[in-house]
Design a protein around this ligand. Structure first.
Ligand SMILES: Nc1ncnc2c1ncn2[C@@H]1O[C@H](COP(=O)(O)OP(=O)(O)OP(=O)(O)O)[C@@H](O)[C@H]1O
Ligand SMILES: [Mg+2]
Length: 441
Protein backbone atom coordinates (compact mmCIF):
# COMPACT_ATOMS: atom_id res chain seq x y z
CA UNK A 1 0.00 0.00 0.00
CA UNK A 2 1.17 3.49 -0.69
CA UNK A 3 0.37 7.04 0.15
CA UNK A 4 -1.99 8.60 -2.38
CA UNK A 5 -1.07 7.63 -5.90
CA UNK A 6 -2.66 7.38 -9.29
CA UNK A 7 -3.87 4.05 -10.60
CA UNK A 8 -6.03 2.57 -13.29
CA UNK A 9 -9.66 2.67 -12.53
CA UNK A 10 -10.57 -0.16 -10.20
CA UNK A 11 -13.89 -0.36 -8.41
CA UNK A 12 -14.23 2.24 -5.71
CA UNK A 13 -15.10 0.95 -2.26
CA UNK A 14 -18.13 2.72 -0.85
CA UNK A 15 -17.31 5.26 1.83
CA UNK A 16 -19.03 4.38 5.10
CA UNK A 17 -20.88 7.09 6.99
CA UNK A 18 -18.77 8.98 9.48
CA UNK A 19 -20.94 8.00 12.46
CA UNK A 20 -20.61 4.40 11.47
CA UNK A 21 -16.84 4.64 11.36
CA UNK A 22 -16.62 5.98 14.87
CA UNK A 23 -18.37 3.02 16.37
CA UNK A 24 -16.61 0.31 14.36
CA UNK A 25 -14.36 -2.10 16.20
CA UNK A 26 -11.83 -4.56 14.83
CA UNK A 27 -14.30 -7.30 15.69
CA UNK A 28 -16.96 -5.60 13.55
CA UNK A 29 -14.56 -5.78 10.62
CA UNK A 30 -14.36 -9.54 10.97
CA UNK A 31 -11.04 -9.73 12.80
CA UNK A 32 -10.80 -12.78 15.01
CA UNK A 33 -10.72 -12.42 18.82
CA UNK A 34 -7.11 -13.27 19.42
CA UNK A 35 -6.01 -10.63 16.91
CA UNK A 36 -8.41 -8.09 18.39
CA UNK A 37 -6.64 -8.68 21.68
CA UNK A 38 -3.27 -8.15 19.99
CA UNK A 39 -4.55 -4.82 18.63
CA UNK A 40 -5.73 -3.90 22.08
CA UNK A 41 -2.29 -4.63 23.52
CA UNK A 42 -0.72 -2.32 20.96
CA UNK A 43 -3.09 0.40 22.13
CA UNK A 44 -5.10 0.30 18.92
CA UNK A 45 -8.47 0.97 20.50
CA UNK A 46 -10.35 1.30 17.20
CA UNK A 47 -9.47 0.72 13.57
CA UNK A 48 -8.31 3.63 11.41
CA UNK A 49 -10.22 4.65 8.28
CA UNK A 50 -8.11 2.67 5.86
CA UNK A 51 -8.37 -0.36 8.14
CA UNK A 52 -12.16 -0.01 8.19
CA UNK A 53 -12.22 0.15 4.41
CA UNK A 54 -9.65 -2.49 3.54
CA UNK A 55 -9.87 -5.22 6.18
CA UNK A 56 -13.39 -6.56 5.42
CA UNK A 57 -12.64 -6.62 1.67
CA UNK A 58 -9.29 -8.30 2.18
CA UNK A 59 -10.98 -10.89 4.38
CA UNK A 60 -13.35 -11.61 1.49
CA UNK A 61 -10.28 -12.37 -0.59
CA UNK A 62 -10.55 -9.29 -2.83
CA UNK A 63 -7.52 -7.72 -4.44
CA UNK A 64 -7.01 -4.25 -3.05
CA UNK A 65 -5.23 -1.05 -3.93
CA UNK A 66 -5.10 0.92 -0.70
CA UNK A 67 -4.49 4.62 -0.56
CA UNK A 68 -4.38 6.66 2.59
CA UNK A 69 -2.32 9.42 4.06
CA UNK A 70 1.02 8.88 5.77
CA UNK A 71 0.94 7.42 9.27
CA UNK A 72 -2.65 6.22 8.98
CA UNK A 73 -2.15 2.50 9.70
CA UNK A 74 -1.80 0.96 6.26
CA UNK A 75 0.55 -1.71 7.65
CA UNK A 76 -2.14 -2.98 10.01
CA UNK A 77 -4.62 -2.81 7.14
CA UNK A 78 -2.72 -5.54 5.31
CA UNK A 79 -1.13 -7.40 8.22
CA UNK A 80 -4.38 -8.10 10.07
CA UNK A 81 -6.25 -9.77 7.19
CA UNK A 82 -3.17 -11.85 6.36
CA UNK A 83 -2.83 -13.04 9.94
CA UNK A 84 -6.56 -13.66 10.14
CA UNK A 85 -6.50 -15.78 6.99
CA UNK A 86 -3.41 -17.58 8.21
CA UNK A 87 -5.24 -18.58 11.38
CA UNK A 88 -8.09 -19.99 9.34
CA UNK A 89 -5.89 -21.99 7.00
CA UNK A 90 -2.43 -22.38 8.53
CA UNK A 91 0.19 -22.77 5.86
CA UNK A 92 3.91 -22.13 5.40
CA UNK A 93 5.13 -19.54 2.85
CA UNK A 94 1.68 -17.99 3.01
CA UNK A 95 2.38 -14.32 2.37
CA UNK A 96 5.03 -12.13 0.80
CA UNK A 97 5.41 -8.44 1.57
CA UNK A 98 7.66 -6.49 -0.78
CA UNK A 99 9.09 -3.18 0.36
CA UNK A 100 11.45 -0.75 -1.34
CA UNK A 101 13.89 -0.40 1.57
CA UNK A 102 15.58 -2.70 4.05
CA UNK A 103 14.72 -0.68 7.14
CA UNK A 104 11.08 -0.73 6.18
CA UNK A 105 11.22 -4.50 5.79
CA UNK A 106 12.47 -4.87 9.38
CA UNK A 107 9.81 -2.50 10.63
CA UNK A 108 7.00 -4.38 8.90
CA UNK A 109 8.32 -7.63 10.28
CA UNK A 110 8.18 -6.11 13.78
CA UNK A 111 4.57 -5.21 13.17
CA UNK A 112 3.76 -8.79 12.10
CA UNK A 113 5.54 -10.06 15.21
CA UNK A 114 3.69 -7.65 17.46
CA UNK A 115 0.32 -8.61 16.06
CA UNK A 116 1.04 -12.28 15.47
CA UNK A 117 3.33 -13.45 18.26
CA UNK A 118 0.46 -14.87 20.31
CA UNK A 119 -0.56 -17.06 17.38
CA UNK A 120 2.98 -18.25 16.74
CA UNK A 121 3.55 -16.56 13.40
CA UNK A 122 7.02 -16.96 11.99
CA UNK A 123 8.37 -14.36 9.63
CA UNK A 124 11.65 -13.90 7.79
CA UNK A 125 13.23 -10.68 6.58
CA UNK A 126 15.03 -11.11 3.27
CA UNK A 127 16.96 -7.97 2.37
CA UNK A 128 20.26 -7.02 0.80
CA UNK A 129 23.39 -5.97 2.66
CA UNK A 130 23.36 -8.83 5.14
CA UNK A 131 24.51 -12.43 5.19
CA UNK A 132 22.72 -14.48 2.58
CA UNK A 133 23.53 -17.84 4.15
CA UNK A 134 21.52 -17.22 7.32
CA UNK A 135 18.64 -16.07 5.13
CA UNK A 136 18.77 -19.35 3.21
CA UNK A 137 18.53 -21.18 6.51
CA UNK A 138 15.57 -19.05 7.56
CA UNK A 139 13.85 -19.79 4.26
CA UNK A 140 14.53 -23.50 4.63
CA UNK A 141 12.42 -23.38 7.80
CA UNK A 142 9.54 -22.15 5.64
CA UNK A 143 8.28 -19.11 7.56
CA UNK A 144 4.63 -18.08 7.26
CA UNK A 145 5.42 -14.57 6.12
CA UNK A 146 8.36 -13.24 4.13
CA UNK A 147 9.13 -9.54 4.15
CA UNK A 148 11.62 -8.72 1.44
CA UNK A 149 13.29 -6.15 -0.75
CA UNK A 150 13.06 -7.22 -4.39
CA UNK A 151 16.74 -7.69 -5.30
CA UNK A 152 17.68 -10.11 -2.53
CA UNK A 153 14.44 -12.04 -2.91
CA UNK A 154 15.28 -12.67 -6.56
CA UNK A 155 18.74 -13.87 -5.54
CA UNK A 156 17.15 -16.47 -3.31
CA UNK A 157 14.54 -17.46 -5.88
CA UNK A 158 17.36 -18.09 -8.32
CA UNK A 159 19.97 -19.59 -6.06
CA UNK A 160 18.47 -21.09 -2.92
CA UNK A 161 17.66 -24.73 -3.51
CA UNK A 162 14.15 -25.77 -2.61
CA UNK A 163 12.85 -22.22 -2.16
CA UNK A 164 9.93 -21.11 -4.28
CA UNK A 165 6.76 -19.12 -3.87
CA UNK A 166 4.33 -21.47 -5.56
CA UNK A 167 2.16 -21.87 -2.48
CA UNK A 168 1.89 -18.12 -1.88
CA UNK A 169 -1.61 -16.88 -1.03
CA UNK A 170 -1.03 -13.18 -0.34
CA UNK A 171 1.23 -10.67 -2.02
CA UNK A 172 1.58 -7.16 -0.62
CA UNK A 173 3.49 -4.38 -2.26
CA UNK A 174 4.00 -1.70 0.36
CA UNK A 175 4.87 1.62 -1.28
CA UNK A 176 3.77 -0.03 -4.51
CA UNK A 177 4.48 2.92 -6.77
CA UNK A 178 8.10 2.90 -5.68
CA UNK A 179 8.45 -0.87 -6.09
CA UNK A 180 6.86 -0.78 -9.52
CA UNK A 181 9.46 1.75 -10.53
CA UNK A 182 12.17 -0.78 -9.78
CA UNK A 183 11.43 -2.27 -13.19
CA UNK A 184 14.01 -4.97 -13.41
CA UNK A 185 13.28 -6.46 -10.02
CA UNK A 186 9.53 -6.38 -10.37
CA UNK A 187 9.59 -8.15 -13.68
CA UNK A 188 11.90 -10.82 -12.35
CA UNK A 189 9.66 -11.41 -9.39
CA UNK A 190 6.55 -11.55 -11.53
CA UNK A 191 8.37 -14.14 -13.63
CA UNK A 192 8.77 -16.30 -10.56
CA UNK A 193 5.32 -15.66 -9.24
CA UNK A 194 3.19 -15.75 -12.33
CA UNK A 195 5.42 -16.90 -15.17
CA UNK A 196 5.97 -14.94 -18.35
CA UNK A 197 4.48 -11.73 -17.11
CA UNK A 198 5.93 -8.74 -18.82
CA UNK A 199 3.36 -6.22 -17.83
CA UNK A 200 3.57 -4.52 -14.51
CA UNK A 201 2.11 -6.44 -11.61
CA UNK A 202 -0.38 -3.71 -11.06
CA UNK A 203 -2.24 -4.64 -14.26
CA UNK A 204 -1.34 -8.25 -14.61
CA UNK A 205 -1.78 -9.66 -11.15
CA UNK A 206 -4.74 -7.91 -9.65
CA UNK A 207 -8.14 -9.43 -10.24
CA UNK A 208 -10.86 -6.81 -10.37
CA UNK A 209 -9.17 -4.79 -7.63
CA UNK A 210 -11.06 -2.59 -5.20
CA UNK A 211 -9.60 0.80 -4.59
CA UNK A 212 -9.77 1.82 -0.95
CA UNK A 213 -8.94 5.50 -0.94
CA UNK A 214 -9.56 7.36 2.28
CA UNK A 215 -7.87 10.61 1.40
CA UNK A 216 -7.77 12.66 -1.73
CA UNK A 217 -4.63 12.42 -3.81
CA UNK A 218 -1.40 13.89 -2.51
CA UNK A 219 -2.71 15.08 0.78
CA UNK A 220 -0.51 15.93 3.70
CA UNK A 221 -1.95 15.35 7.16
CA UNK A 222 -3.98 17.94 8.96
CA UNK A 223 -1.85 18.19 12.08
CA UNK A 224 1.32 18.89 10.13
CA UNK A 225 2.49 22.51 10.15
CA UNK A 226 4.45 23.14 6.98
CA UNK A 227 6.85 26.01 6.36
CA UNK A 228 9.60 27.03 4.01
CA UNK A 229 12.60 29.32 4.26
CA UNK A 230 14.00 31.13 1.26
CA UNK A 231 17.74 31.69 1.63
CA UNK A 232 20.91 31.95 -0.46
CA UNK A 233 22.44 28.54 -1.04
CA UNK A 234 25.70 29.45 0.68
CA UNK A 235 23.93 30.05 4.02
CA UNK A 236 22.12 26.72 4.16
CA UNK A 237 24.36 25.26 6.87
CA UNK A 238 24.09 28.37 9.00
CA UNK A 239 20.30 28.47 8.79
CA UNK A 240 20.13 24.78 9.60
CA UNK A 241 22.13 25.33 12.77
CA UNK A 242 19.94 28.31 13.67
CA UNK A 243 16.77 26.27 13.27
CA UNK A 244 18.15 23.38 15.29
CA UNK A 245 18.97 25.83 18.08
CA UNK A 246 15.59 27.53 17.85
CA UNK A 247 13.74 24.22 18.04
CA UNK A 248 16.12 22.59 20.53
CA UNK A 249 14.62 19.74 22.53
CA UNK A 250 12.84 18.26 19.52
CA UNK A 251 13.63 15.17 17.46
CA UNK A 252 14.56 15.92 13.87
CA UNK A 253 14.74 14.04 10.61
CA UNK A 254 16.78 16.02 8.12
CA UNK A 255 16.66 14.98 4.47
CA UNK A 256 19.58 15.53 2.08
CA UNK A 257 19.75 14.68 -1.59
CA UNK A 258 22.98 12.65 -1.64
CA UNK A 259 24.82 10.19 0.58
CA UNK A 260 27.77 12.54 0.57
CA UNK A 261 25.84 15.55 1.77
CA UNK A 262 24.10 13.43 4.40
CA UNK A 263 27.46 12.32 5.77
CA UNK A 264 28.98 15.81 5.54
CA UNK A 265 26.05 17.48 7.29
CA UNK A 266 26.09 14.87 10.03
CA UNK A 267 29.79 15.56 10.59
CA UNK A 268 29.18 19.30 10.56
CA UNK A 269 26.45 19.07 13.18
CA UNK A 270 28.44 16.70 15.34
CA UNK A 271 31.33 19.15 15.28
CA UNK A 272 28.93 21.75 16.65
CA UNK A 273 27.88 19.47 19.49
CA UNK A 274 24.57 18.17 18.14
CA UNK A 275 23.79 14.49 18.57
CA UNK A 276 23.39 13.81 14.87
CA UNK A 277 23.65 10.49 13.07
CA UNK A 278 23.50 9.59 9.35
CA UNK A 279 21.50 6.99 7.43
CA UNK A 280 22.22 6.47 3.75
CA UNK A 281 22.89 3.88 1.11
CA UNK A 282 26.66 4.01 1.29
CA UNK A 283 26.73 2.74 4.85
CA UNK A 284 26.92 -0.95 5.69
CA UNK A 285 23.61 -2.47 6.68
CA UNK A 286 24.68 -2.95 10.28
CA UNK A 287 25.56 0.74 10.55
CA UNK A 288 22.29 1.73 8.88
CA UNK A 289 20.30 -0.25 11.41
CA UNK A 290 22.57 0.96 14.20
CA UNK A 291 21.88 4.60 13.30
CA UNK A 292 18.18 4.04 13.05
CA UNK A 293 18.03 2.23 16.37
CA UNK A 294 19.98 4.94 18.18
CA UNK A 295 17.61 7.54 16.81
CA UNK A 296 14.56 5.43 17.64
CA UNK A 297 15.84 4.92 21.18
CA UNK A 298 16.26 8.71 21.48
CA UNK A 299 19.99 8.31 22.08
CA UNK A 300 20.41 10.71 19.13
CA UNK A 301 18.10 13.63 18.46
CA UNK A 302 18.89 14.22 14.79
CA UNK A 303 18.73 11.67 12.00
CA UNK A 304 20.20 12.81 8.70
CA UNK A 305 19.05 10.74 5.79
CA UNK A 306 18.64 10.39 2.07
CA UNK A 307 15.33 9.35 0.58
CA UNK A 308 16.15 5.82 1.75
CA UNK A 309 14.32 6.94 4.91
CA UNK A 310 11.50 8.88 3.25
CA UNK A 311 9.04 6.02 2.88
CA UNK A 312 7.09 4.13 5.48
CA UNK A 313 9.39 4.51 8.49
CA UNK A 314 7.34 4.90 11.62
CA UNK A 315 9.16 6.70 14.41
CA UNK A 316 6.40 8.28 16.47
CA UNK A 317 8.59 10.78 18.35
CA UNK A 318 9.81 12.66 15.25
CA UNK A 319 8.75 16.28 15.86
CA UNK A 320 10.30 18.08 12.91
CA UNK A 321 11.19 17.11 9.34
CA UNK A 322 13.67 19.39 7.60
CA UNK A 323 14.07 19.25 3.84
CA UNK A 324 17.62 20.53 3.88
CA UNK A 325 17.93 19.70 0.17
CA UNK A 326 14.60 20.12 -1.57
CA UNK A 327 13.26 16.84 -3.02
CA UNK A 328 13.58 16.64 -6.81
CA UNK A 329 10.46 14.54 -7.13
CA UNK A 330 7.58 16.44 -5.59
CA UNK A 331 5.93 13.22 -4.45
CA UNK A 332 8.92 12.49 -2.21
CA UNK A 333 8.01 15.67 -0.35
CA UNK A 334 4.79 14.12 0.89
CA UNK A 335 6.54 10.95 2.01
CA UNK A 336 9.36 12.84 3.73
CA UNK A 337 7.13 15.18 5.71
CA UNK A 338 4.97 12.19 6.56
CA UNK A 339 7.72 10.94 8.88
CA UNK A 340 6.26 13.34 11.46
CA UNK A 341 2.65 14.01 12.56
CA UNK A 342 1.82 10.31 12.41
CA UNK A 343 -1.24 8.54 13.82
CA UNK A 344 -2.99 11.77 14.80
CA UNK A 345 0.05 13.45 16.40
CA UNK A 346 1.23 16.92 15.44
CA UNK A 347 4.50 17.85 13.78
CA UNK A 348 6.41 20.45 11.78
CA UNK A 349 8.10 20.41 8.39
CA UNK A 350 10.51 23.07 7.15
CA UNK A 351 11.73 23.12 3.56
CA UNK A 352 14.90 24.97 2.53
CA UNK A 353 14.43 26.82 -0.74
CA UNK A 354 17.48 28.43 -2.33
CA UNK A 355 17.83 30.50 -5.48
CA UNK A 356 18.13 27.22 -7.40
CA UNK A 357 15.06 25.55 -5.97
CA UNK A 358 12.23 27.94 -6.71
CA UNK A 359 10.70 25.94 -9.51
CA UNK A 360 10.86 22.66 -7.59
CA UNK A 361 9.24 24.35 -4.62
CA UNK A 362 6.43 25.75 -6.74
CA UNK A 363 5.80 22.25 -8.05
CA UNK A 364 5.52 20.96 -4.50
CA UNK A 365 3.04 23.69 -3.55
CA UNK A 366 1.04 22.85 -6.64
CA UNK A 367 1.04 19.15 -5.84
CA UNK A 368 -0.18 19.58 -2.28
CA UNK A 369 -2.56 22.36 -3.31
CA UNK A 370 -1.33 24.74 -0.64
CA UNK A 371 0.78 27.88 -0.33
CA UNK A 372 3.16 27.41 2.57
CA UNK A 373 4.04 30.12 5.08
CA UNK A 374 7.60 31.27 5.76
CA UNK A 375 9.28 29.90 8.86
CA UNK A 376 10.23 33.02 10.83
CA UNK A 377 13.96 33.60 11.34
CA UNK A 378 16.00 36.43 12.87
CA UNK A 379 18.57 37.04 10.17
CA UNK A 380 20.94 39.00 12.41
CA UNK A 381 21.00 36.11 14.87
CA UNK A 382 21.65 33.67 12.04
CA UNK A 383 24.61 35.72 10.84
CA UNK A 384 26.16 35.59 14.28
CA UNK A 385 26.62 31.86 13.76
CA UNK A 386 28.57 32.09 10.51
CA UNK A 387 32.05 31.91 11.95
CA UNK A 388 31.43 28.86 14.12
CA UNK A 389 29.66 27.14 11.30
CA UNK A 390 32.51 27.90 8.87
CA UNK A 391 34.98 26.29 11.25
CA UNK A 392 32.79 23.23 11.67
CA UNK A 393 32.47 23.01 7.88
CA UNK A 394 36.24 22.88 7.57
CA UNK A 395 36.50 20.04 10.09
CA UNK A 396 33.68 18.21 8.42
CA UNK A 397 35.42 18.41 5.05
CA UNK A 398 38.64 17.06 6.57
CA UNK A 399 36.83 14.26 8.29
CA UNK A 400 35.00 13.39 5.12
CA UNK A 401 38.30 13.22 3.24
CA UNK A 402 39.96 11.09 5.90
CA UNK A 403 36.88 8.91 6.03
CA UNK A 404 37.03 8.38 2.25
CA UNK A 405 40.71 7.42 2.39
CA UNK A 406 40.15 5.08 5.28
CA UNK A 407 37.37 3.41 3.38
CA UNK A 408 39.58 2.96 0.34
CA UNK A 409 42.29 1.41 2.51
CA UNK A 410 39.92 -1.04 4.11
CA UNK A 411 37.75 -2.13 1.22
CA UNK A 412 38.23 -5.73 2.27
CA UNK A 413 36.59 -4.95 5.61
CA UNK A 414 33.37 -4.56 3.65
CA UNK A 415 32.92 -0.94 4.65
CA UNK A 416 32.86 -1.27 8.36
CA UNK A 417 34.18 2.25 8.84
CA UNK A 418 31.36 4.16 7.34
CA UNK A 419 30.04 5.81 10.45
CA UNK A 420 30.67 9.32 11.59
CA UNK A 421 31.03 8.06 15.11
CA UNK A 422 34.07 6.41 16.57
CA UNK A 423 35.83 5.71 13.33
CA UNK A 424 36.88 9.28 12.81
CA UNK A 425 39.74 10.85 14.61
CA UNK A 426 40.38 14.06 12.72
CA UNK A 427 38.36 16.18 15.03
CA UNK A 428 40.36 15.05 18.02
CA UNK A 429 43.56 15.47 16.12
CA UNK A 430 42.59 18.96 15.14
CA UNK A 431 41.46 19.74 18.62
CA UNK A 432 44.80 18.69 20.00
CA UNK A 433 46.90 20.29 17.29
CA UNK A 434 45.79 22.93 14.88
CA UNK A 435 43.07 24.30 17.10
CA UNK A 436 45.51 25.11 19.83
CA UNK A 437 47.76 26.89 17.38
CA UNK A 438 44.78 28.78 16.08
CA UNK A 439 43.98 29.93 19.57
CA UNK A 440 47.38 31.50 19.82
CA UNK A 441 46.93 33.45 16.64
N1 LIG B 1 -5.95 1.27 14.74
C1 LIG B 1 -4.91 1.94 15.19
N2 LIG B 1 -5.01 2.71 16.30
C2 LIG B 1 -3.95 3.40 16.77
N3 LIG B 1 -2.72 3.39 16.19
C3 LIG B 1 -2.56 2.66 15.08
C4 LIG B 1 -3.63 1.89 14.52
N4 LIG B 1 -3.17 1.26 13.43
C5 LIG B 1 -1.88 1.61 13.30
N5 LIG B 1 -1.50 2.43 14.29
C6 LIG B 1 -0.17 3.04 14.50
O1 LIG B 1 -0.04 4.12 13.59
C7 LIG B 1 1.31 4.30 13.22
C8 LIG B 1 1.43 4.44 11.71
O2 LIG B 1 1.08 3.24 11.07
P1 LIG B 1 1.73 2.78 9.69
O3 LIG B 1 3.22 2.81 9.77
O4 LIG B 1 1.08 1.51 9.32
O5 LIG B 1 1.26 3.97 8.73
P2 LIG B 1 1.23 4.01 7.14
O6 LIG B 1 -0.15 4.38 6.78
O7 LIG B 1 1.81 2.79 6.57
O8 LIG B 1 2.17 5.29 6.84
P3 LIG B 1 3.21 5.54 5.62
O9 LIG B 1 2.39 6.07 4.47
O10 LIG B 1 4.12 6.61 6.16
O11 LIG B 1 3.88 4.27 5.32
C9 LIG B 1 2.07 3.11 13.76
O12 LIG B 1 2.81 3.52 14.89
C10 LIG B 1 0.99 2.12 14.15
O13 LIG B 1 1.36 1.35 15.27
MG1 LIG C 1 3.46 2.31 5.47
Amino acid sequence: MAAPEEHDSPTEASQPMVEEEETKTFKDLGVTDVLCEACDQLGWTKPTKIQIEAIPLALQGRDIIGLAETGSGKTGAFALPILNALLETPQRLFALVLTPTRELAFQISEQFEALGSSIGVQSAVIVGGIDSMSQSLALAKKPHVIIATPGRLIDHLENTKGFNLRALKYLVMDEADRILNMDFETESISRFLFQNLVQKLQRAALKNPVKCAVSSKYQTVEKLQQYYIFIPSKFKDTYLVYILNELAGNSFMIFCSTCNNTQRTALLLRNLGFTAIPLHGQMSQSKRLGSLNKFKAKARSILLATDVASRGLDIPHVDVVVNFDIPTHSKDYIHRVGRTARAGRSGKAITFVTQYDVELFQRIEYLIGKKLPVFPTQDDEVMMLTERVAEAQRFARMELREHGEKKKRSREDAGDNDDTEGAIGVRNKVAGGKMKKRKGR
